[in-house]
Design a protein around this ligand. Sequence first.
Ligand code: NDP
Length: 313
Amino acid sequence: MTSATIYPCIIIGSGPAGYTAAIYAARAGLRPLLFQGIEPGGQLMTTTDVENYPGYPDGIQGPQMMDDFRRQAERMGTELRTGHISRCDFSGKPLRLWTLEDEEFLAHSVIIATGASAKWLGLDSEKRLNGSGVSACAVCDGFFFRGKEVAVVGGGDTACEEALYLSKLCPQVHLLVRSDRMRASQVMQERVRKAENIRIYWNTETVEVLGTHQVTGVRVRDKAADREYDISVSGFFVAIGHTPNSEPFRQWLETDEQGYIKTKPGSTHTSVPGVFAAGDVQDKVYRQAVTAAGSGCMAALDAERYLSANGLH
Ligand code: NDP
């Protein structure tokens, strides 16, 4: 097809949500075009063992899993492009999209599956030990720290959830909160306070993650007492929030105050007919590969019904 063609369905994003949407859309005869974006494969490309994705009884490496997703989407007839969609115009029909290189694409329906990016502290040691004890997902990686002490950074609902999840696997969880209060909901704070093996460190900043090849500890600074000390841990979980990758679309779609794209409950419909959102770009609660894949499937089914109902397919 040429770029003047109106594609029935353009999918943006190549994580579990995007590829699953592509598999379903291709099998429904929508001949989808999928843009893989700046980080093909999404967050799973920086994950090592994935043990909680059904269908892989022996576990699988994140990059291998995404390669499997990609090959399946391609085999069903998805056209893949490496480009990044940097802007769009959803004011009329057809829907208009532009790549970073300013190439224009037209579509009758668009599925946004651009994911979210975990926020990091920005320390060199955190980057160096990422995947070697440093993680931004307790549900993904907590299992590998069973019976070991871990630290969690953050004071929001995510940090509380991660700390509680880890407290069921680890003898001691050290929760590092940078100020004298938490931003998390009262109910989550209450649960954390009640957990006997979660110790909260107030006014505590992370100075450095310690370890050569694997995390062995964390150096922190007690801001109130103005002193530094080390805590011995095997795992270091950063839970200071995520940024949904919704920037190019915010002008046209309803989002919440953090930029997550709003979808109509029980569906993937956004505020613009013909535009659907799936995966972490619209989900700040579950954020799992399997839930992202599930919503990718929903988006393809929603797009197919939309196209049929409007005589576009
Ligand atoms: P939040 O933005 O709510 O909280 C981020 C936390 O990280 C804050 O305590 C913040 O501290 C801290 N923080 C930020 N930067 C740093 C840093 N550099 N060093 C140390 N600490 C830092 O993010 P969440 O991911 O927790 O939550 C996002 C949204 O998702 C919220 O609306 C939340 O309610 C929702 N959510 C809901 C869940 C549920 O319903 N089950 C589960 C998880 C999230 P400070 O306060 O000092 O800025």
